[in-house]
Design a protein around this ligand. Structure first.
Ligand code: GAL
Ligand code: CA
Length: 342
């Protein structure tokens, strides 16, 4: 029996729909990073490259230079070029929606990383995913580290008022990691039973120089002697804070230096310089923001969807929550275990 015209048209349509998928050896992933000049995201980027090699996919990474309009254009270019999947680290996470629309129109997967889009964005497209870490965990770890230190070191209560006077150095405004880490580090200190007083708080946009400068301002206005702890939303800012303290003769390290001249500072990420500062006794601790597993999970998802294959624990090696999310846990890092992460 001859095929009807509609059946032929349907077959043709099916063939077009299948264009959205690629053979394993042909997968091309286009990835935009909010800015290359970011320590933690550089780690994620390098690990995505390794992960792509491991699965036999090609990945092209571009620098969005902290500009959302530039990122939007980069996504258009990737789609025109015919990428099979996108991995996007949004500059502005409220811009994730329009990017999902572009991906959906072209029938390519979109995996967001590090900056979490609104749940609606993921729900609106079956090929949209998010890989990240629960910022609450790293906030809690930071608060607990400070609480334990304060309880174990009576001299840390410099003004002997029974309260902890602390400074909070936050990341970028509007970033879920800045909001939640700040909230949960404070909560953890309270939950540990500390009587806490916030004597200063400011945003330093994940940046070491800004962290240093904001800390200098606090030292000038409050006096270094009145500061009993500094909680930072990431390591780069914490290392900037440590630099500012060092120029006051504090946190010079345990190597023959006066141990009483130490103000506990915590960060998040466990970058190489942070691990080194922990080893020297200049930084109290941090939490591992796992660039290896975040990068690997994102690439594996992109590679699966690009080939029209399922995304689940069996296929990617990570638990997939609600069919949409991969959450990589944070790990507490101190002088006791920093070597495990070097
Ligand atoms: C955070 C990380 C920061 C910075 C930021 C960029 O998760 O802790 O250091 O990389 O992401 O969005
Ligand atoms: Ca005090």
């Amino acid at each position: 029996m001859k095929k009807s015209l509609t059946a032929i048209a349907a077959a043709a349509l099916f063939a077009t729909a299948a264009v959205g998928t690629a053979q394993a050896e042909d997968v091309l992933i286009g990835s935009c990073i909010y800015k290359f000049d970011d320590t933690f995201m550089t780690g994620v980027r390098n690990n995505m490259q390794k992960a792509a090699e491991a699965v036999g996919a090609e990945i092209e990474l571009v620098d969005s230079q902290n500009r959302q309009p530039m990122q939007n254009d980069q996504v258009d270019t990737f789609i025109t070029k015919g990428v099979n999947a996108l991995i996007i680290n949004p500059v502005d996470r409220s811009a994730a929606g329009p990017l999902a629309d572009k991906a959906k129109a072209a029938d390519v997967a979109i995996v967001y990383i590090n900056r979490e889009p609104d749940a609606k964005v993921l729900k609106g497209y079956d090929k949209a995913f998010y890989v990240g870490a629960r910022a609450e965990e790293s906030g809690t770890i930071g608060g607990q580290l400070i609480a334990e230190y304060f309880k174990g070191h009576p001299e840390a209560d410099k003004n002997k008022d029974g309260k902890l006077q602390y400074i909070l150095i936050k990341g970028e405004q509007g970033h879920q990691d800045a909001t939640l880490r700040s909230e949960y580090c404070v909560k953890a200190m309270k939950d540990a039973g500390l009587d806490i007083v916030e004597i200063g708080s400011d945003n330093a946009n994940w940046d070491k120089v800004q962290g240093h400068d904001k800390m200098k301002n606090f030292i000038t206005s409050l006096g270094v002697e009145s500061i009993e702890a500094v909680l930072c939303n990431n390591d780069d800012m914490a290392l900037g804070v440590v630099e500012a303290l060092k120029s006051e003769g504090y946190n010079l390290g345990t190597d023959g230096k006066d141990p009483s001249k130490f103000i506990p500072v915590v960060g998040v990420d466990a970058t190489a310089p942070a691990l080194q500062a922990i080893s020297k006794g200049q930084l109290l601790g941090t939490s591992l923001n796992d660039a290896v597993n975040q990068g690997t999970a994102a690439v594996r998802i992109a590679n699966q969807v690009a080939q029209g294959k399922p995304v689940d624990e069996a296929s990617i090696g990570y638990t997939v929550t609600d069919g949409k999310y991969v959450w990589i846990p944070y790990v507490r890092v101190t002088a006791e275990n920093y070597k495990d992460f070097q």
